[in-house]
Write a protein that binds this ligand. Sequence first.
Ligand SMILES: *[C@@H]1O[C@H](CO)[C@@H](O)[C@H](O)[C@H]1NC(C)=O
Ligand SMILES: *[C@@H]1O[C@H](CO)[C@@H](O)[C@H](O)[C@H]1NC(C)=O
Ligand SMILES: *[C@@H]1O[C@H](CO)[C@@H](O)[C@H](O)[C@H]1NC(C)=O
Ligand SMILES: *[C@@H]1O[C@H](CO)[C@@H](O)[C@H](O)[C@H]1NC(C)=O
Ligand SMILES: *[C@@H]1O[C@H](CO)[C@@H](O)[C@H](O)[C@H]1NC(C)=O
Length: 424
Amino acid sequence: MAQLKTLDLIAILLSISLLTSIPLTQGQQPKVNALVAPITKDSSTSLYTVALNSTKQYLIDLAGPVVWSPCPTNYGLVQCTAPICNEANSFRYPDCKPIINGLQPTGFCKCVSSTKNPVTGECFSGNETLIGTYLASTDGKNPRASVNADYVNICAPDSALSGLPPSAVGGAGFGRTSLVSLPARLAWDLSFHNEFVLCLPATTNAPGVAFFGAKPYFLLPPNSPDISSLLHYTKLLKSPNNYDAAYYLNVNGLAINLQAVSFPGKNEFNFDSYGNGGVKLSTTIPYTVMRSDIYKRFLHKYKEATKRIPKMPAVAPFELCYNSSALSPTRLGYGVPSIDIMLNDGKNWTIFGANSIKDVETNTACFAFVDGGKNEATAITLGGFQMENSFMHFDVPNSVLGFLPTLLGIRTTCSNFNFTSGGN
Ligand SMILES: *[C@@H]1O[C@H](CO)[C@@H](O)[C@H](O)[C@H]1NC(C)=O
Ligand SMILES: *[C@@H]1O[C@H](CO)[C@@H](O)[C@H](O)[C@H]1NC(C)=O
Ligand SMILES: *[C@@H]1O[C@H](CO)[C@@H](O)[C@H](O)[C@H]1NC(C)=O
Ligand SMILES: *[C@@H]1O[C@H](CO)[C@@H](O)[C@H](O)[C@H]1NC(C)=O
Ligand SMILES: *[C@@H]1O[C@H](CO)[C@@H](O)[C@H](O)[C@H]1NC(C)=O
């Protein structure tokens, strides 16, 4: 509860009049550059969790504004005028009921907030609180000493956990807030810049990695360069809807095998004035979903580019499946046409077989993109499978994404962080 601690500290300092030279840092911990936590892929939902306090799993919601989970029996309430209360409420989903902050009999006005389970879409509301936790600090190579931090949590009913990976005790929003998302609060608490890395594992057998805070970010094998030196950078967009905490890519086209997919209009990927459209990054859907008008042309072009590969009957939710024994394995997954998501600033997010073709049955591998229907609000929502073994560095205040679409090209994976403790 660093916010409370700081206030206490001020009070103590004032009362013993020692106030000139002691910096108002968050407690007695040494300065921390960054934190590290393992990411687990769940086999039943194909979604991802991050471990807080060593072992408690939280669903990673890249587009979510806050952390939520059922609260312990005893917890502190937050004042309804606190900045963390205002910000949490400014990210209320418009389809969730507005909440009224509660004036207590004591005259204390407590903070109540609403949010939703991103998998089921179910809204709920609860008291806001701060929960203390331990996370490993890191030098970028190994976990180091544990440090104490807290996060802003909305107390959720147990029923809010439905649809989550069975191991999950709540959801962790990584969205673009300045105070209340998990990365924002850790950055505030430990006085580092609001930046984080997500590196989602492609396997349920070995964890991927999340970093909070500054580079370097190393993955095995030993003596590989700091991954941050290998990234491409692109400006992220935000939705015109201020309550939307998601990160959007600035896309101007798609290409297959270096050939552009043609679209009738010029603004297939843009936002309209209601904030519909855009190319969103999401970790709470397993596969990329496209609005029908985009999906149909994209699928058609891909079909054309792979017409010589023997097909297999489709397996839902996919429409285009291949005889996998007819596909040749390469370092970047099956040897299939590449897909370029062309960004406005000239960079491409290039997707190779490992992120486009999913093995679904013995002998059957499918084109892992899903038709969202013609009324899908978002033009494209990039899902988990397309971001596995991608390295994504979010600089939230500057709205910049540093990315490497696949680590396989440099012969490593997200499961190659050395989680063996490097001592203190
Ligand atoms: C975190 O872990 C510590 C020690 O391992 C434990 O005392 C504490 O209750 C845990 N906190 C939560 C919120 O689980
Ligand atoms: C919120 O806090 C009040 C005390 O002010 C308590 O009575 C209530 O059960 C809490 N609600 C939830 C959902 O935790
Ligand atoms: C991006 O992709 C397009 C379409 O495949 C290609 O023409 C262009 O050369 C690529 N740009 C870069 C910088 O690789
Ligand atoms: C799939 O391809 C393999 C090798 O090319 C072939 O032996 C097999 O019969 C094919 N299976 C089907 C169901 O077409
Ligand atoms: C992982 O880190 C530990 C602790 O620094 C070190 O002893 C070990 O050799 C490292 N593992 C590899 C594969 O480099």
